[in-house]
Design a protein around this ligand. Structure first.
Ligand code: PMP
Length: 396
């Protein structure tokens, strides 16, 4: 008789992953996340983190975190609705609202938690959620937690969005159109002005997940809504504090009514402990750094453009990114995994992105250049890409 505790069915699933060439162990980073790291015991150029501005290990951020610990301790002690709502959390929400140029913000413990909590809180049975087909997994999961009906439109295709609106809008009470601001796997920006126009024409609300736009696009990294000058016309904007801001956490930006409602019905806020003081202290410092200087965002964009130019000159297909996210398109899953491994052996770490994260046959390594990379590191990375590409016959 089989022993169910051996989890034989999961072992079989893992064997399938191995047969498909997509099985992997989580890499282990020794030390901080910065431009060059020790990964699995080897020193490599790190082109795989969302630490866009190099804030994750910035001395000012560390000092602010230590100061917050000295004053508030290491834990907030409870969920925000009980006694975890410190003046530090209130200060964070206020500062984020100022940064995002919105009336109010409610912060959560992660970007994922924002989508898991906000979508179900602001929609109900009888409502309709319309989502871009390439929206982030947390939007898909968050939408599944809602009792609203769901529809999907083709990626950034406004004709298809209008088709869905024409066919389905009339049958529902409230309608929420959800899009990523910047799509994390290709680096393209959503056609937000067109989405907002359609939303207004069909009396829908708009919800933008700007995890990869915040700290990157717009004035001082204020995000995609700012980039397009759409303040006041997008109802809900999600931001993460774990990527450009370099720490952990997420937030919903919008109106005072939104904030008030999420404080009553945002389930991760009601049932999961709030951000620790060290994180909040560091985030406040990051916002100060962003709002007083464009040094970091300028360097991020300059570095990304420099790297992209080098890769295009080699003949790589780097997709149609409009942001620092740089996919290097490979195609087949096993080849993508092999390419990532060869790059690692030669001294560059870029994670392979394959099905189910992206559609089958569109495997890529996704390069994330940051403000912290030096020109020398970027030159070295391009040289290694050339070597690896030739070794695997990806480049002629
Ligand atoms: N939304 C998008 C578009 C993302 O890329 C991510 C991070 N992968 C998240 C939400 C989740 O953010 P966090 O890491 O803060 O949970």
């Amino acid at each position: 008789m089989s022993n169910i505790h051996e989890l034989q069915y999961l072992k079989e699933n893992l064997e399938t992953l191995k047969a498909d060439g997509v099985y992997r162990k989580l890499p282990v980073l020794e030390g901080p996340n910065e431009a060059e790291v020790i990964l699995n015991g080897k020193k490599v150029i790190n082109l795989s983190s969302n630490n866009y501005l190099g804030f994750a290990n910035h001395p000012r951020m560390k000092a602010a975190a230590i100061q917050a610990i000295e004053k508030y301790g290491v834990g907030s002690g409870a969920v925000r609705t009980i006694i975890g709502n410190m003046d530090l959390h209130e200060a964070l929400d206020k500062k984020l609202a100022e940064f995002k140029r919105e009336e109010a913000v409610m912060s959560f413990q992660s970007g994922f938690n924002c989508n898991a909590g906000a979508i179900q809180a602001i929609t109900a049975d009888g409502d309709l959620i319309i989502s871009d087909e390439l929206n982030h997994a947390s939007i898909i999961d968050g939408s599944r937690l809602s009792k609203a009906a769901r529809a999907v439109y083709k990626h950034s295709d406004m004709n298809d969005l209008e088709r869905v609106l024409k066919e389905r809008r009339g049958a529902y009470k409230n309608c929420l159109i959800i899009t990523d601001g910047v799509f994390s796997m290709d680096g393209d920006i959503a056609p937000l002005p067109d989405i907002v126009n359609l939303a207004e024409r069909y009396e829908c609300m708009t919800y933008v997940d700007d995890a990869h736009g915040s700290g990157v696009l717009g004035e001082s990294g204020r995000g995609t809504v700012d980039h397009f000058g759409l303040h006041g016309r997008v109802d809900f904007t999600i931001g993460t504090l774990s990527k450009a801001i370099g720490v952990i956490g997420g937030y919903v930006a919008g109106s005072e009514t939104m904030r008030d409602w999420l404080s009553h019905r945002g389930r991760p806020l009601l049932f999961s402990t709030s951000l620790p003081p060290a994180a909040v202290g560091a985030i406040l410092e990051a916002l100060d750094m962003l709002m007083t200087s464009t040094e970091y965002t300028d360097r991020l964009w300059a570095n990304a453009q420099y790297f992209k130019k080098g890769m295009s000159a080699l003949g790589y297909d780097i997709g149609h990114s409009q942001t620092p996210i740089t996919p290097v398109m490979i195609g087949e899953e096993a080849k993508t995994m092999q390419f990532s491994k060869t790059l690692f052996d030669l001294g560059v770490y870029v994670s392979p992105i394959v099905f189910p994260t992206v559609p089958k046959g569109t495997g890529r390594v996704r390069v994330m250049v940051t403000a912290a990379h030096t020109t020398e590191q970027l030159d070295r990375a391009v040289e290694i890409f050339e070597k690896a590409g030739k070794q695997l016959n990806i480049l002629k």
